[in-house]
Design a protein around this ligand. Structure first.
Ligand SMILES: Cc1cc2nc3c(=O)[nH]c(=O)nc-3n(C[C@H](O)[C@H](O)[C@H](O)COP(=O)(O)OP(=O)(O)OC[C@H]3O[C@@H](n4cnc5c(N)ncnc54)[C@H](O)[C@@H]3O)c2cc1C
Length: 534
């Protein structure tokens, strides 16, 4: 596929950004879009063909614990920071829609290479948690939201741009972080000495990580930098890099803390509530990332079938293939629509309690469903390419390997569903915000209204609710997606597309596989909207 602009060629994205209040950022998004569909595509291939390597020691046998990345990865990181995947929302935090604009920027970056999104997402998401430690925030935040990428392994004081990661998961538990055994002992100067391990510690080259450890007052959050205040290397030893299914350009590691220096972030014993502020943003980023993977898979499928002939006709003109392509496009557009709606809720959260309550519950719903849908979506798109879809020269194997990751990390599927259950059962504000959001689209479609009526009483039987919660969350997610598409019609959105979504996803006229839209679906419109080249 030749170079394209990921922003100007994406009608659904431009509409979503305008709908959610970030049109003012079009110029900034456009500039990155020209790169993510252009020169960064080749960098993405090279960064994945050349995986990062661990360099444990220098030539004198001293520990360095460095990770060596291919130059293409550095170029991807440099472009991501320059265009604001890490910092755009915070540098523009006084403008309405800054998180929406930043979501669009990340959506574009992921399409060139998802591997950079892990450190970029964590760096973006760490800001609210860090604010619990004003001294650290003052020192770190300007560098974390910086547009300058500096990969050098040197103390943060000497750098103009920094990145940050997160260390929660231990061998004995990732979902249940209360089982963490890493210990933090308070020293006389107020810093802590940390001893223990982390079983998954992605982006270990970051300048610091927010780490959970057990202190005297309970599980607490700490900033663990790569260098101690005296400039010496901190005692964070990388055991090995994970040999992962996908996400190859990014490094994930196992580490031991051997008396590492850490500074408290938030109060002792409040570690989970502190770091959850980071996690709620990285969960939104999982939705952004998975929506972006669906978009990339869809355009690859459409592009290929427009240029491939079988049985005397282009594949894109064959009725059965058209059903598959249109269904891929519909799924991708619905994923993006919900993602951007939640980005707006996050954006408004600081000033609007209703939107904050909606973001709280809808992020878990959206993260569960969109990430869950991505592997089968990508596989269906891959099949449109036939054999070449299974070959590395097409981007499809990379997309396919990446596709399951977002549903595993940042809280796996069941954990998201249990989180929704907790919010709906114990937080009346979240429940009210969710149902008022859903009710705002009632009366626009009969299938939608019928699902909404069923959802209102779905939680009534408390004895079976945990058993049933996946189904309920799935229905909530589909209803939320439909509600955004239906309401968009009031502002120029396409009613045929919204109705096709309701009939297929809510009304039972669709099969389990994609490519099963009914004959009334606006097939041509869906394919044309998603097409990158005329
Ligand atoms: C590539 C990669 C990079 C990662 N990077 C990081 C990182 O940088 N920092 C970090 O802290 N972590 C990281 N993780 C770890 C990730 O967040 C955890 O793997 C994840 O949270 C699940 O934890 P676990 O592996 O211990 O699985 P478990 O907690 O053992 O869960 C296994 C399964 O059980 C389910 N489950 C758990 N509790 C329940 C329940 N009560 N009812 C029903 N089902 C349940 C879960 O949903 C999951 O499907 C990374 C993971 C991967 C794959």
């Amino acid at each position: 596929m030749s170079a394209y602009n990921g922003w100007s060629s994406d009608t659904a994205l431009r509409e979503a950004v305008a709908r959610e209040g970030a049109s003012w950022a079009s110029g900034a998004i456009d500039a990155y879009g020209a790169l993510t569909g252009g020169e960064l595509v080749a960098e993405g291939f090279a960064a994945n063909e050349n995986k990062p390597r661990l360099k444990t020691f220098d030539r004198y046998g001293r520990r360095t614990d460095e990770v060596e990345f291919h130059p293409s990865y550095h170029r991807l990181m440099e472009a991501a920071m320059r265009h604001g995947v890490n910092g755009f929302a915070w540098r523009n935090q006084n403008r309405v829609g800054a998180h929406v604009a930043r979501a669009a920027i990340m959506y574009l970056g992921t399409q060139a290479d998802a591997g950079i999104c892990c450190p970029m997402s964590m760096t973006h998401a760490a800001i609210p948690a860090l604010r619990h430690a004003p001294g650290l925030a003052e020192k770190w935040i300007p560098k974390l939201i910086s547009q300058h990428y500096d990969p050098r392994s040197i103390p943060m004081e000497e750098k103009s741009g920094c990145t940050i990661g997160m260390g929660m998961t231990e061998k004995q538990g990732g979902s249940d972080v209360r089982a963490n055994t890493t210990r933090a002992t308070r020293l006389a100067d107020g810093s802590y000495e940390i001893v223990g391990h982390k079983w998954f510690f992605s982006a270990p080259m970051c300048d610091a990580h927010l780490v959970l450890a057990q202190a005297e007052g309970g599980l607490s959050c700490f900033l663990v930098p790569r260098f101690r205040p005296d400039g010496s290397k901190n005692a964070v030893e990388i055991q090995r890099l994970k040999d992962k299914l996908g996400d190859w350009s990014n490094a994930s590691s196992e580490v031991e803390f051997r008396g590492a220096h850490g500074m408290p972030v938030g109060r002792e014993g409040r570690g989970i509530s502190t770091i959850i502020e980071m996690v709620s943003l990285t969960r939104l980023d999982c939705m952004i990332g998975s929506s972006a993977q669906m978009r990339q898979a869809t355009i690859q499928a459409i592009h290929h079938t427009r240029n491939r002939r079988a049985f005397g006709k282009r594949l894109v003109d064959q009725p059965l293939m058209r059903n598959v392509l249109a269904d891929l496009a519909l799924e991708s557009e619905a994923a993006l629509a919900l993602t951007m709606r939640i980005a707006r809720a996050v954006d408004a959260s600081a000033k609007d309690q209703h939107e904050a309550a909606l973001a709280r519950v809808a992020t878990a719903i959206g993260k569960y469903w969109i990430c869950k849908r991505t592997p089968s979506h990508v596989n269906e798109a891959q099949e449109c390419l036939g054999g070449i879809g299974y070959v590395e020269e097409s981007i499809m194997p990379r997309l396919y390997r990446q596709a399951p990751l977002n549903s595993i990390w940042e809280g796996s599927g069941n954990v998201q569903c249990l989180d929704v259950l907790r919010a709906l059962a114990r937080e009346p504000a979240s429940r009210d915000a969710l149902f008022s959001e859903l009710r705002s689209a009632s009366g626009l479609d009969p299938e939608y209204d019928a699902v909404l009526r069923r959802l209102v009483c779905a939680l009534d039987d408390a004895t079976t609710i945990e058993h049933r919660i996946r189904f309920v969350v799935e229905q909530l997610a589909l209803a939320l997606q439909a509600s955004v598409l239906l309401r968009a019609c009031k502002e120029g959105g396409d009613i045929e597309i919204a109705k096709a979504f309701c009939r297929s996803r809510l009304g039972g006229s669709h099969g389990i596989a994609l490519g099963t839209l009914d004959p009334e679906a606006p097939i041509g419109k869906l394919i044309d909207r998603a097409t990158v080249f005329d």
